[in-house]
Design a protein around this ligand. Structure first.
Ligand code: 13P
Ligand code: SF4
Length: 309
């Protein structure tokens, strides 16, 4: 049996070392859609494994630990979401990929942190109105950055929501004594942190920025995202001073408890077919949820082709 192992950047370095591909949500979804294999082990969280199953229904998809959920999913009550969606029935509903399969069936577009800006801009360019769910911080940032007035759902990533602007400002002010200071932040972070950031982007976009960094080597680069990404950044650029942004003064840890459910032992077992199999999505849900995901993937593929040309 052919087994493909995918891992998100937020898993631990030893788990990432067991994977065929490590990436952000968009990259892993594109790989899941493209690859032909009998089994996919997804070292990540449940919504990512569900997306994988929808895009590659022939493969057996296994999440190493069924407790690997996401606060953006667990904080979203689906009945309330249906009513909200109904209230704005004349709006285009754009949902972040960090959402359950049923949530996706109630959406017109799915987006990731890498393509959300461009997809929403393209919808507004058609003269349509948008509602955004489930990430309150990402929605607030988009409204602030582009002057939209999208109604936004009220859920947060419990990991990124902990970043505190006051503490980050304090650390930045002190680091200035040593040279230039940069702040890179994932768009799930609170709006004051995003307003302060030099770069707002997906895990992959922040990694690429660090990889290409050609500023002063003495600079301090603060990263406001889950700590796992620091490993990838430090592997690419060990000479840089890369620091986890603080969640409160002195504390530089910020781990996702769900991503960290993927232990080496559980991933080993999953590769043997043991673990939480994504076999519970019925055909109707897959059909309805897959359409907005495929719409997004097509949009991003076209964009990537244009950039490459
Ligand atoms: P990325 O798509 O940027 O990898 O983000 C996924 C995620 O869960 C962030 O918390
Ligand atoms: Fe969900 Fe946040 Fe963990 Fe990403 S880091 S999987 S958004 S809880």
């Amino acid at each position: 049996m052919n087994t493909l192992t995918l891992a998100h950047y937020y898993t631990t370095p030893d788990v990432q070392a067991m994977a065929d591909y490590v990436g952000d949500s968009l990259e892993l979804a594109l790989i899941a859609q493209r690859e032909q294999t009998d089994r996919i082990v997804f070292a990540g969280v449940q919504f990512m494994a569900e997306t994988t199953k929808m895009l590659n229904p022939a493969a057996q998809v296994i999440l190493p630990d069924e407790r690997a959920t996401c606060s953006l999913v667990t904080q979203t009550d689906i009945e309330a979401l249906k009513q909200w969606r109904e209230k704005y029935h004349d709006h285009v509903h754009v949902s972040y990929i960090n959402s359950s399969a049923v949530h996706k069936t109630l959406s017109d577009w799915i987006v990731t942190s890498r393509n959300v800006d461009d997809i929403i801009a393209s919808i507004y360019a058609e003269g349509k109105q948008v509602i955004f769910s489930p990430d309150r911080n990402m929605g607030a940032y988009l409204n602030y950055q582009y002057g939209y007035n999208m109604p936004v759902w009220d859920a947060v990533c419990e990991v990124h929501d902990k970043f505190k602007d006051e503490q980050i400002q304090y650390m930045i002010e002190h680091a200035k004594a040593d040279g230039d200071v940069y702040l890179l932040a994932h768009p799930e972070s609170p709006l004051p942190v995003l307003k302060r950031a030099d770069v707002v982007g997906s895990t992959k976009q922040m990694l690429d920025w660090v990889n290409k960094f050609n500023g002063d080597i003495r600079s301090t680069i603060y990263i406001a995202t889950e700590e796992g990404l620091l490993h990838n950044m430090r592997t690419l650029r060990p000479e840089l001073n890369l620091q986890q942004a603080p969640i409160y003064s002195g504390c530089q840890c910020n781990a996702c408890p769900y991503m960290k459910r993927n232990t080496v032992d559980l991933v080993k077992r999953a590769k043997q077919g043991e673990g939480f199999e994504i076999d519970y999505l019925d055909d109707d849900i897959i059909e309805k949820a897959k359409a907005p995901i495929e719409r997004m993937l097509e949009f991003s593929k076209q964009q990537m082709e244009k950039t490459a040309a």
